[in-house]
Structures are given as C-alpha cells and as structure tokens.
Design a protein around this ligand. Sequence first.
Ligand code: ATP
Ligand code: MG
Length: 182
Amino acid sequence: MADKKPKASPRKGLVEVFTGNGKGKTSAAMGIVLRALGHDLKIRIIFFMKGKFPYGEQKSLSRFSNVDFTVFGSLDFVDPRNVKEEDRKEAARALNAGREAMLSGKYDLVVLDEVNVAAAWGLIQVEDIVKLIADKPEQVELILTGRYADPRVVKQADLVTEMVAIKHPFDDGVKARAGFDY
Ligand code: ATP
Ligand code: MG
C-alpha cells in the first residue's frame, strides 16, 4: 500500500501573538519575516511607537522588495504617564495602515509590532484590535507583538507565546546594543 501523503491544502493564515516581559518578541516576528521571505511571500510590517531610532531590522528590511514597512511614532519615546495627542494620532494611523494592508489582498503576512503596548498605554482601543483580528481575511497571517497582550486578543489568537525574562543584561546595567537589541 502506498504511503498516504498529506494533501496540499490552501494556506490558512493564523493569528500569532508574541508577548511577555522577556526579550525576543520583535526578534521572533522578524525571524518569521525572514522565513517568509525565503518562500517569496509578500509582507507588510507596521512598527508602532518606534520613533526615529536607528533599528537594524529596518535597515535590513529596506533591502527586500517583498517587504513594505512603515515606522509610526514621533521622535521621542512614548511616556505612558504622559501620552500626547500626537502619540494617539500616530498609533491610530498605524492601526489603520495595518488594517488596510490586511484587507488589501496584497500581503501574505502582516506584522503589527508593539501593537499590544499601544493598546495597554491607551494610544488605541483594544476593541479596534479585536475587530481587526475578526476581519482578517482567511489567507493572511497576522502577527501581533508587544508586552501586556490583552486577554481578549489572547483569546482570539491561534498561537500565543509569552517571553519570560529569566535574565536580562539590562538589569546588570548593560545598555541596548546595536546589532543585537536594535
Ligand atoms: P527584541 O526587539 O530584542 O526582540 P522585544 O521586542 O522582546 O525585544 P521590547 O519590549 O520591544 O522587547 O523592548 C525593546 C527593547 O528592550 C529591545 O532593545 C530589547 O532588547 C529590550 N528588552 C527586551 N526585554 C527586556 C527586559 N526584560 N529588560 C530590559 N530590556 C529588555
Ligand atoms: Mg519589541
């Protein structure tokens, strides 16, 4: 009897969440982007609250024609105790851009980096993320990153990984290092 091979099925996109206090959330998302690039998938990345910091991943991504990315956020880092109107506007623009990309039919993978933090700090509403996930076209893979993922988002997701900080050099006074931390 011939071996039964699994039938090829049309790709079904899932919702993945990387959250928790440990390092690796954005790195995990970027790792999947690298993998998706290897299969010629089309990718859209929305960076929330990233300001104009010289992130290595953004420099690298600009070399790939299959990736479109936009960095939202002002020059300053967002202060959660003093959220500015401009922070809210930028986050709303970011969420809209993610939604448009997801619905456009142009992308296989959409990444919303730090979207969980934007919601936790009140820059955007969790309800709007919940609605975005509910409206996801079947074939699109959606990745949401950031600490403090809301339980409603976790509930909707297919895959949730919590990065747990067992050790981080920051606690020993080591500052973020170019090439490894940004
Ligand atoms: P990375 O971008 O390295 O994957 P991350 O996305 O998990 O990290 P964020 O919460 O987005 O982490 O934090 C952004 C910055 O803070 C990065 O420079 C990251 O290396 C650093 N960082 C991550 N986790 C910790 C931690 N537990 N303590 C201190 N700094 C951290
Ligand atoms: Mg991150």
